[in-house]
Design a binder for this molecule. Structure first.
Ligand code: 4AD
Ligand code: MG
Length: 504
């Protein structure tokens, strides 16, 4: 029996195996929070029910010991799943050593060093289940539309997204690169199957330690023959709305565990605003308002609000500290207040980080140079003005990849699209229509100083029945981060890899 099925077994006697996530005792009762992977449930071990010996066993259970518990499933509205187990017997499978992750607040480095254990925590459990639901929703969306899932190789002989962040590796007597993107292979596969999507790991040797960058991440790359960039954007929008709909429907419990306000996600379920690059620049610089809001004055107001909030939170911290220091305070009340103070201090840290950042964001937005790419902070500024993702298209061709199709109407532009997630999150999708003109492609390959011989096979796709086609790459972790409203991309993948991080 699994905890997730308790609700169908009210009043029945069942056995469930799992781990002790938490334990709390009184004279005659032991309360165990059991987790079995499918969920968390309170199990009550009553001395009168199980007898002296088993009761002592229950009392000596260390955190993360594995056990099998038998008992009756009873309704209890106070519990997360609505049910608890009243134990009749208990078997210890393995008594755990002292568990390093405790209830006290741990530093981030410590938690990441213990990622193999941290994954067991309730919050991580919930995030991984949401990630799983997102993956399922993606396959569901594409399979229903008759896309064929095909895999691109991981060892490659050529760059796709520029040569600056390639991982090099030995491949017998040659050099190979870990793939940055399956796109070029996706194009070949689309010419064979019509509509395909890849779903696999991709690698970028970026030496940046931002909260958005991983060196190994999972990308979903659809590629469609006979699509232009408008159809491409329609597909991206449909896909994201379909994923959001599925997750909102199926992950209510998980969102509650991580405290994600799903209202913001529901608001994102609307038509996405499409801006040209030029329009987006005007919005960023405060030259053009959207939805009655101006990027720069919004930031200035935010800064004032944040400063006022910092003062308020600091006052509350002082009040609670005085309370704790006061005479005759009970242990429970002291612990409660101390936890609250720790939380508030974290909140101040976040707010102060924003207070420090905003002036820089304003400066960078006002001074943004037309024709350059948006930085992380520019994306944050832009997306805070919208409730749903936005799509930016018609990019200067000079800052986009070699394969991007030139705009017939304006040779300075290329038909790329970036999708930026709201709430300040920024880019989650990059894509566009592909250049079909062989000569233009050859010119671009030279301009980007890429080795022509490694691209001969790619040029064949233009030699033999070239057709208009388009596609995009969705960064799975970036999507998880936004949907779960995470602070950092490290929580979005089971074992994160970023600059400097290889273990566990
Ligand atoms: O914008 P990118 O570089 O586009 C491509 O690779 C295209 N070849 C895709 C295509 O058209 N088939 O990457 C696509 C997405 C980004 O929008 C972002 O979500 C994610 O991949 N991404 C990263 N995610 C985490 N860490 C990184 N270092 C990432 N780099 C890109
Ligand atoms: Mg991109």
């Amino acid at each position: 029996m699994q905890i997730k099925d308790f609700f169908q077994n009210e009043g029945k006697e069942i056995t469930v195996s799992g781990w002790v996530a938490n334990r709390r005792d009184s004279k005659t009762l032991v309360f165990i929070v059991l987790r079995d992977g499918s969920g968390f449930a309170q199990c009550v071990v009553n001395k009168d029910e199980v007898g002296e010996e088993l009761f002592e066993t229950a009392r000596s259970l260390s955190i993360e010991s594995s056990v099998a518990l038998s008992g009756i499933v009873v309704k209890d509205e106070k519990q997360l799943g609505g049910f608890e187990l009243q134990a009749k017997s208990l078997t210890v499978i393995s008594l755990a050593d002292e568990y390093p992750i405790t209830k006290k607040a741990h530093g981030v480095d410590f938690l990441v060093d213990n990622r193999h254990l941290w994954l067991r925590s309730k919050r991580q459990w919930a995030i991984m289940r949401i990630r799983n639901q997102i993956i399922y929703a993606i396959h569901n969306f594409f399979q229903k539309q008759d896309f064929v899932q095909m895999d691109a190789p991981i060892f490659t002989g050529n760059a796709c997204e520029g040569t600056s962040d390639l991982f090099e590796t030995e491949y017998f007597d040659r050099t190979a690169y870990l793939t940055q993107s399956g796109q070029l292979y996706g194009e070949a596969m689309a010419m064979a199957m019509g509509k395909i999507y890849t779903f696999g790991p991709t690698f970028r040797a970026e030496k940046s330690k931002t909260r958005r960058h991983l060196t190994e991440f999972w990308m979903i790359e659809p590629e469609m023959a006979f699509y232009d960039n408008d159809q491409n954007m329609d597909l991206i929008e449909e896909m994201l709305l379909s994923i959001l709909g599925d997750v909102l429907k199926n992950c209510k419990n998980e969102f509650e565990v991580i405290g994600r306000d799903t209202g913001a996600l529901e608001k994102a379920m609307q038509k996405f605003t499409r801006l040209t690059y030029a329009e987006a620049v005007a919005v960023l610089k405060g030259e053009k308002d959207v939805n009655g809001a101006n990027a720069i004055t919004t930031l200035e107001n935010d800064l004032e609000e944040i400063q006022a909030k910092i003062t308020l939170v600091k006052e509350e911290i002082t009040e609670r500290e005085e309370k704790i220091a006061g005479p005759g305070i009970k242990k429970g009340e002291r612990n409660f207040n101390q936890n609250k103070i720790d939380q508030l201090k974290n909140e101040v840290k976040d707010l102060e980080e924003k207070e420090r950042n905003i002036p820089g964001w304003i400066k960078s937005a006002i001074n943004f140079e037309f024709g350059t790419d948006f930085g992380g902070s520019d994306e944050t500024v832009l997306t805070r003005l919208f409730e749903a993702p936005i799509m930016i298209y018609n990019w200067p061709h000079k800052i986009k990849a070699f394969y991007m199709k030139r705009d017939e109407k304006d040779p300075e532009l290329s038909k790329g699209v970036d999708v930026l997630a709201p709430e300040g999150y920024g880019e989650i999708v990059g894509g566009g229509e592909r250049e079909t003109d062989k000569e233009l492609l050859i010119e671009k390959i030279k301009e980007h100083k890429l080795p022509m011989d490694a691209f001969e096979w790619y040029l064949d796709l233009r030699r033999y029945g070239a057709v208009p086609h388009a596609g995009f790459g969705l960064g799975l972790e970036r999507l998880v981060v936004w949907i779960c409203k995470l602070h950092h991309v490290r929580e979005s993948i089971p074992f994160p890899r970023w600059y400097g991080r290889l273990l566990p």
